[in-house]
Structure formats: C-alpha cells, structure tokens
Design a protein around this ligand. Structure first.
Ligand code: CAA
Length: 261
C-alpha cells in the first residue's frame, strides 16, 4: 500500500508509523487520518511481523500540531460530526490494537496530536516536545477524544486546567503531570521508544494483549466488575500454550520461547 501523508516501516518486529506532512506540522486532515487508519489495519493484519508499534511525527518541529485548521474552517456542524467520527474511529482502532503502542513525541503535540498520543499505551517525549489542547483558542473543544482521555491520563482537575486554558505545556511539565513517561534527548527519543517496544515485544504476546485489554476495559468499569474481568482473563490464560511455555521455561531455568498465538 502506498501512502502520501504517513510512512509505515516494519523492521525488527516493530512497526513505525510516522505522520508525514511536515510543512503543515503534520496536521490531521481526512486523508491523513484515513492513512493512519489504513496503517493500523496493516499492523493488525501482521501480528507476527508487527509485535509493537511506535508512532511519531516527521520533521524537526512537530509530532502532530492538531487537526488541520484550514480544512476544519470549511466544515459545518454535520461535516464536523463526520470528521470527529473519523477521528474517534481511527484513535479507537489505535487504542484497540492488541500490541503495545508507543507515542514518541518529538515536538508539538497539540489538539488532535495530543489526542493521538493519548490513544497510545505509552508516551515518551523529547526535550522539544510541547503538549496542549488549545482548541478553546479556536472557539472549539477537543474532538478526537481529548475531553475524556485526558481526564483518564492526568485526572479531572489537571485536564480541566489544560483544556480551559488552552496553554501549551513543555515536556518537563507534561512529565510532572503524568502525561508522558520520560523526557529524552531528541536524538535518543526514537531509539529509546524502539528499545522499550522491543522489550515488551519479547514478552508473552497473548499475556501482553490480555493485560492491555483487561486494564483498558477495567479503567472504565466499577472495581468489582473490573476484578471479575481480571479473574476470567487470568484463568483463561492457563489454557494457552504461551502460559504453559512461560511457566515451564521458568521451572527449567531457560528463556521462554514465545510464538504469536
Ligand atoms: N492545521 C493546519 N496547519 C497548521 C496547523 C494545524 N493544526 N498547525 C500548523 N500549521 C501550519 C501553519 O499554518 C504553517 O503553514 P504556512 O507555512 O503555510 O503558513 C505551518 O504549519 C507552520 O506553522 P507556524 O508558522 O504557525 O509555526 P510556528 O512555529 O510559528 O508555530 C504552532 C507552531 C505553535 C504549533 C502553531 O502552528 C499553532 O499554534 N498551530 C495550531 C495548533 C492548534 O491549534 N492545534 C489544535 C487544532 S484543533 C484540533 O486539533 C481539534 C481536535 O481536537 C480534533
């Protein structure tokens, strides 16, 4: 499949999806969101080749500077609903990938860019990263999940401050509020993100996928329901070759040999 606005590269078990519209600071229009969704489909279809996914932005300046404002300025309410639905579908698909997804935030992650990062499991930032939900400056609110995912990431009050103020936060502040895991030198960001992805990809793939699902679903459930989900999933793994191999390898004092289920 050939792409215009993203690049998709698979090597060493890691898929790297790069949003590639540097002149527009990688802003998300319909074509770009559609290509992101297509690359996500490719990742899902190749579980043996793509055991983790790293998402980043092309160029020196931006991860993704948001939804494309020039394109959005032409939309009426009905078209805006379609646009938000495309954003939701795409980010939901990213969030639902069974493999771990890592945002390597190399610059501006504003509006839809911050929302895209938050649809990944883990977020690493370069010292040049800037995070924000500046939609109120445009007379808008976040429309790709930000009003809800930001609360789940950093808590209600911090999310309100960020969304109400529209302020842009530097990487150190994002780290303090729990919006990223680590702040790295720009030249180390991708290498470190890939290294983390490689470690996770070496673990039991079914176990990682089940842990991801249980944690994601559980975060939206009452504790009792979430614990029911954990118990069922834990028990279910005992029927898998992966758990047999993992436990046998420990007892036999050898590394486990995991295969893609
Ligand atoms: N959409 C479309 N084009 C964008 C863009 C965006 N979100 N962000 C930047 N660009 C374009 C600029 O228009 C400019 O294009 P030209 O060279 O053709 O003029 C180019 O990228 C470079 O941008 P700047 O000259 O503005 O660069 P800067 O270094 O001075 O500023 C910036 C960088 C602070 C990120 C600034 O570009 C900016 O504030 N961008 C908009 C950020 C924003 O508001 N994002 C939220 C969008 S709304 C949204 O995302 C809704 C949602 O939840 C779905």
């Amino acid at each position: 499949m050939s792409f215009q606005n993203v690049t998709w590269d698979v090597s060493g078990g890691i898929g790297t999806l790069t949003v590639n519209r540097p002149k527009q600071l990688n802003a998300l229009d319909v074509a770009t969101l559609t290509e992101i969704a297509q690359a996500i489909d490719l990742a899902r279809a190749q579980p043996a080749e793509v055991r983790a996914l790293v998402l980043t932005g092309a160029g020196e300046k931006a991860f993704v500077a948001g939804a494309d404002i020039a394109a959005m300025s032409k939309l009426g309410p009905a078209e805006a609903r379609e646009f938000a639905a495309l954003g939701h579908r795409t980010l939901n698909a990213l969030e639902a990938l069974p493999v771990v997804t890592i945002a390597a935030v190399n610059g501006f992650a504003l509006g839809g860019g911050c929302e895209l990062a938050m649809a990944c499991d883990l977020i690493y930032a370069s010292e040049k990263a800037r995070f924000g939900q500046p939609e109120v400056n445009l007379g808008l609110i976040p429309g790709f999940g930000g009003t809800q995912r930001l609360i789940r990431r950093v808590g209600l009050m911090r999310a309100k401050e960020m969304i109400f103020s529209g302020d842009v936060y530097d990487a150190a502040r994002a780290l303090r509020m729990g919006l990223c895991l680590e702040v790295l030198a720009p030249e180390q960001l991708l290498e470190q993100a890939r290294a983390r992805a490689t470690v996770i990809a070496s673990r039991g793939p079914a176990a990682v996928a089940v842990a991801k699902k249980v944690m994601q679903h559980g975060a939206d459930q009452l504790l009792g329901q979430a614990l029911d989900g954990e118990r069922l999933a834990f028990a279910g793994l005992f029927g898998t070759p992966e758990a047999r191999e993992g436990m046998a390898a420990f007892l036999e004092k050898r590394p486990a040999r995991f295969t893609i289920p």
